[in-house]
Design a protein around this ligand. Structure first.
Ligand SMILES: NC(=O)c1ccc[n+]([C@@H]2O[C@H](COP(=O)([O-])OP(=O)(O)OC[C@H]3O[C@@H](n4cnc5c(N)ncnc54)[C@H](OP(=O)(O)O)[C@@H]3O)[C@@H](O)[C@H]2O)c1
Length: 265
């Protein structure tokens, strides 16, 4: 995938991985559409992009509002008359024991991390098929490949989106529409601070685990390298890949390690 002159819609553009994608893709001369709830933050980013001479649009939206997503997608397409790629970064994590988590928290996690990206994908894919090109990218997580303490609902939502997109990859194998799943490990962003607790309030504190994660700049560089190489799956983070390997080959050992390390905050 090339980025120069391409119209790229990024959800979760106000913070972390999505925000860094905006800046790195702007440097590669893409035209950017940004979505998240925080319009003020998106406007600050847009000012930076204007200084760089980059065209960008703001579509502030709360993706919990699933019903109106088809209209949102129409609006996004109408901004430049087309969309070449959608990178779905908007997401929320969890920090609570499964048994202490309200059912409503599971619903919220599924709504934002699974149903919203499915709704966007379902609405954008006909546009891509009509144009006989397009890139659909979804950020899952290493927790979309294996369970990890304090993330029962988050891991479930990230497994769910993996199942959805992988199935579409099999169905659209011979089409010109590219589908990519990204599995980051720990990345140093505000994700743990913004995570939901068992009652659904924001955790408000950063995990020691996330602080030692990969820098968001390096993470995004690796995502962009993977997209340039038309990768179907992009795994980010060496220690997490090692854990994944342990999970595949020595599941009991993995459970022991995850139990020992994952319950600490
Ligand atoms: N950081 C990690 O360690 C890590 C690891 C694996 C996977 N991931 C995944 O990577 C993605 C980006 O996470 P991040 O680390 O960049 O976290 P982040 O800094 O907390 O960013 C999350 C983004 O999602 C947006 N968002 C949250 N709720 C929303 C809603 N209801 N409607 C629209 N947008 C909403 C936020 O914008 P507003 O608040 O402005 O709405 C923000 O832009 C997520 O899907 C996450 O699960 C992260």
């Amino acid at each position: 995938m090339h980025f120069k002159g391409k119209v790229i819609w990024i959800t979760g553009a106000s913070s972390g991985i999505g925000k860094e994608l905006v800046y790195q893709l702007a440097k590669l001369e893409a035209i950017i559409i940004m979505t998240s709830r925080n319009r003020a933050e998106l406007e600050l980013i847009q000012k930076d992009l204007q200084v760089q001479g980059v065209t960008s649009h703001i579509l502030a939206y709360d993706l919990m509002n699933i019903e109106a997503i088809p209209q949102l997608v129409e609006q996004a397409i109408s901004l430049e008359g087309k969309i070449d790629a959608v990178i779905q970064c908007a997401g929320i994590s969890q920090r609570s024991l499964g048994v202490e988590t309200d059912f409503s928290v599971y619903q919220k996690l599924m709504q934002l991390n699974y149903f919203a990206p499915v709704a966007i994908s379902q609405a954008i894919l006909p546009h891509f098929k009509k144009n006989d090109s397009g890139n659909l990218v979804v950020i899952s997580s290493i927790a979309g490949l294996m369970g990890f303490p304090l993330r029962s609902g988050y891991a479930a939502s990230k497994h769910a989106i993996k199942g959805y997109l992988e199935t579409l990859q099999t169905e659209l194998y011979d089409s010109k529409v590219n589908l990519t799943l990204v599995f980051p490990g720990r990345i140093d962003t505000a994700i743990s601070k913004n995570a939901l607790t068992g009652t659904g309030v924001q955790a408000g504190v950063e995990d020691a685990n996330n602080k030692v994660g990969m820098s968001v700049q390096l993470c995004v560089l690796q995502i962009i390298q993977g997209l340039k190489a038309n990768k179907k799956t992009i795994y980010i983070g060496k220690p997490e890949r090692l854990l994944l390997w342990i999970w595949w080959f020595f599941p009991n050992l993995y459970l022991k390690i995850a139990h020992k390390t994952g319950l600490k905050r």
